[in-house]
Design a protein around this ligand. Structure first.
Ligand code: G6P
Length: 369
């Protein structure tokens, strides 16, 4: 088992550190900035169905559902197609409306999640076109899909999903860009720029992973907190949700993810000097707005931990603790900002003495409803 973990103490840590490689493998042969191309057979073969869809419905559970939320932002912005993101367990039972031409994107690491599988079977019977974004080759969801793209993240052993999530984000980004290009809903300049931004991601993730002692120290400082709040806006809102989920799964600390502005409508009541609030405050179109959200928490004596862009001098002045990530276009930002949150939950769980690879009550793949 020690050999399988490649020198790491846990699969989770190994898989977090594999991400520069797994994201690279996901992009390899597909993302070709030199020629301005994205090669994805499953998309090319069905491009008309995809770009002419009146609506795209994303169906997933857990961490994969968070990837679906990022996909909603990406596809709506670049392709101008309405997107809905559904919990598979709700979608399957509420007699959802599926209309002619609707496309369903299924996102699943294992390809075996029961709720997702049955939701797709139902939608397929009603005539929907199913596009699968799956990690596990040949899995049930991969076989049920009309077309798809594998994430190529390799086997994920840690129960808490890490590298599969960034693989999903990489596929979704390529998919959105490829569709947008075919549809003509993105400028050539923006498209080319994003191809390069995406290509630079593996190296930037490697840079984050190079030195994690700061994150470890933050984990140590806050590990006895009973609650955590995770806040983000825009593309980083799903990242906040994922950060909260990771912490719950691994450290058993109650955590909630929220849109940073929506926090005023409830969670702000929880803020006192004992509540750590993790903000994703990387430089994007919402930067000024989230800076004021940070001020609102500080005014109520909350402890603020920020994920900020390298070179930011404003945030470290306000926050109790800051973790820096390399600058990137906001459309690919989640691929970077989620990594420190994965590490934070890993180190909190570790320092609390829990089995991070096998958290209590959780299953790697939920094959019963
Ligand atoms: C379980 C796992 C999660 C995962 C979710 C969905 O809850 O513990 O890590 O995100 O199932 O799984 P899937 O394989 O469909 O992505």
């Amino acid at each position: 088992a020690a050999i399988e973990k490649g020198g790491y103490d846990h699969f989770m840590l190994k898989e977090i550190h594999e991400q520069p490689t797994t994201i690279f493998d996901c992009l390899r042969g597909r993302l070709l900035p030199e020629t301005g191309m994205i090669k994805m057979g499953g998309i090319e073969a069905n491009i008309e169905a995809l770009i002419n869809a009146p609506r795209i419905i994303i169906v997933a559970c857990g961490t994969s559902w968070h990837a679906g939320l990022v996909a909603e932002y990406l596809i709506e912005e670049t392709c101008r197609i309405p997107v809905e993101v559904e919990y598979a367990s709700e979608f399957r039972y509420r007699n959802p409306i599926i209309q002619k031409g609707d496309v369903i994107i299924a996102i699943s690491q294992s390809g075996e999640t029961a709720d997702t599988l049955v939701a797709l079977e139902n939608a397929k019977e009603q005539g929907a076109f199913i596009f699968g974004i799956v990690n596990s080759v040949g899995s049930s969801i991969a076989r049920l899909s009309h077309a798809g793209a594998y994430t190529h993240s390799g086997p994920e052993i840690g129960v808490a999903s890490t590298k599969a999530f960034t693989g999903q984000l990489a596929v979704i980004t390529m998919m959105a860009l490829k569709m947008a290009k075919a549809k003509g809903s993105i400028s050539d300049e923006k498209y080319m720029n994003l191809l390069h931004e995406l290509q630079a991601i593996p190296e930037k993730v490697a840079a984050i992973l190079k030195n994690t002692t700061g994150i470890e120290a933050i984990a140590d400082k806050y590990k006895d907190a009973t609650d955590f709040l995770f806040l983000g806006r825009g593309y980083n809102f799903p990242v906040a949700l994922e950060g909260a989920l990771k912490l719950k799964e691994i450290s058993y600390i109650h955590a909630e993810g929220y849109p940073a502005a929506e926090m005023k409508h409830g969670p702000i009541a929880l803020v006192d000097e004992n509540l750590p609030v993790v903000f994703v405050t990387t430089r994007d179109r919402f930067y000024e707005k989230i800076v004021s959200n940070v001020q609102e928490i500080k005014a109520r004596k909350g402890k603020v931990i920020c994920i900020a862009s390298e070179g930011d001098t404003v945030i470290p002045e306000m926050a109790d603790d800051t973790i820096f990530v390399p600058d990137a276009d906001e459309l690919v930002g989640p691929l970077l900002s989620v990594v420190p949150l994965q590490l934070l939950s890993y180190y909190v769980g570790l320092k609390k003495g829990y089995d991070v690879d096998k958290p209590r009550n959780l299953a790697k793949s939920v094959t019963v409803e």
